[in-house]
Write a protein that binds this ligand. Structure first.
Ligand SMILES: C[C@](O)(CO)[C@H](O)COP(=O)(O)OP(=O)(O)OC[C@H]1O[C@@H](n2ccc(N)nc2=O)[C@H](O)[C@@H]1O
Ligand SMILES: Nc1ncnc2c1ncn2[C@@H]1O[C@H](COP(=O)(O)OP(=O)(O)OP(=O)(O)O)[C@@H](O)[C@H]1O
Length: 300
């Protein structure tokens, strides 16, 4: 690409707590969503072109839409509209984050494209403006911009940055097929029917474990209210969770809306052992290791 291109690197996320409230009148759910950015990355490169165009490379590229529904394209269009720019750019996504895996891959590309177009066009949008556009694009998009660790409330888009006292080592098992986020929330509603759903609140123990950088304490506090819904739609994930627990993970949970499963380990060596066991378990498609927190969308 020409010298006038800009590349932004953006991480995946895991939800260490996903507290879900009852469905709101607008169909969304109030959340207590504790995000941790982990070192699995997409890279979005933007360069001037004759028209808005999206391309994608990587093992899951065939599953990524290349039309105006792509979150990277939507981000470019949103920024162009706000600043009266011509949105004619080529956006290339080098995708390493699993697609429809509950790791905010599309959201990551939206945040990355926004930062890349802002740099390419010299629009110098403020952090607040960028976060506002991110929230319009999707509930997870603001966190992809910010990275690190954060509590998201409302739809998950209203963020408070959290302190972390160390690095946490994770293993991620990608499943044979994806799960649709709206379908998982719908299944949550079905399973919750007739029950009183309390307001979700962030766990004080969990926030303390993050602040201390204590993996054992974090493992005792992680939770995901969408996990029963994801397991209901994808029962085989229980075998993956069991294989990881058996291999020595401190905690095993579904990542966000799934179907990627996440395994928190004591240290990097244990992560390698858990990854090796999962790879031969026959319960998943691909196994990756990643540590977090890491920075959000960053120009490289
Ligand atoms: C499951 C999580 O990934 C956890 O971080 C997010 O809550 C989902 O974030 P996302 O993919 O950015 O979601 P959005 O694109 O905003 O919404 C997709 C769909 O998920 C459901 N949704 C999402 C967020 C939320 N707080 N309540 C919901 O019910 C809605 O059906 C919505 O139509
Ligand atoms: N840039 C993109 N990369 C991947 N999927 C995209 C992108 N833009 C739009 N999509 C659409 O979004 C759907 C969900 O993909 P994504 O990888 O974001 O899921 P996810 O990681 O489960 O999301 P989340 O964790 O935020 O709920 C895809 O099936 C695809 O149709």
């Amino acid at each position: 690409m020409s010298a006038a291109s800009v590349t932004v690197r953006v991480p995946a996320k895991v939800n260490v707590q996903l507290g879900v409230g009852a469905a709101r009148p607008d169909g969304f759910h109030d959340l207590a969503n504790v995000f941790l950015a982990v070192g699995l990355y997409d890279e979005v490169t933007v360069a001037p072109a004759d028209e808005l165009r999206v391309t994608c490379s990587g093992p899951d590229a065939a599953q990524v839409p290349l039309d105006a529904t792509n979150l990277a394209a939507r981000a470019a269009l949103a920024l162009a509209e706000r600043y009266g720019r011509d949105p004619a750019v080529h956006l290339h996504i080098a995708k390493d984050i699993p697609v429809a895996g509950g790791m905010a891959g599309g959201s990551a590309d939206g945040a990355a494209a926004l930062v890349a177009c802002d740099a390419l066009w010299g629009t110098h949008a403020s952090r607040e403006e960028l976060l506002e556009i991110c929230a319009e694009l999707g509930s997870d998009v603001p966190f992809s911009l910010v990275g690190g660790a954060a509590l998201g409330v409302g739809r998950g888009e209203r963020l408070t940055v959290l302190e972390t006292g160390g690095t946490f080592h994770w293993v991620f098992a990608m499943a044979e097929r994806g799960l649709s986020t709206p379908a998982v929330f719908r299944e949550f509603d079905r399973l919750a029917a007739g029950r009183d759903i309390p307001e979700p609140v962030a766990s004080a123990d969990l926030l303390e474990a993050l602040a201390k950088g204590d993996p054992q304490a974090l493992a005792a506090a992680v939770s995901n209210d969408l996990q029963p819904a994801a397991l209901s739609l994808f029962p085989e994930l229980a075998d993956t969770l069991e294989a990881g627990r058996g291999a020595g993970a401190l905690a095993a949970l579904v990542s966000g809306s799934g179907p990627t499963t996440a395994f928190l380990t004591r240290d990097a060596e244990t992560a390698e052992k858990v990854a090796a066991t999962l790879r031969t378990s026959g319960t998943c498609r691909v196994v990756r290791r990643a540590a977090g927190p890491v920075a959000g969308a960053t120009v490289v």
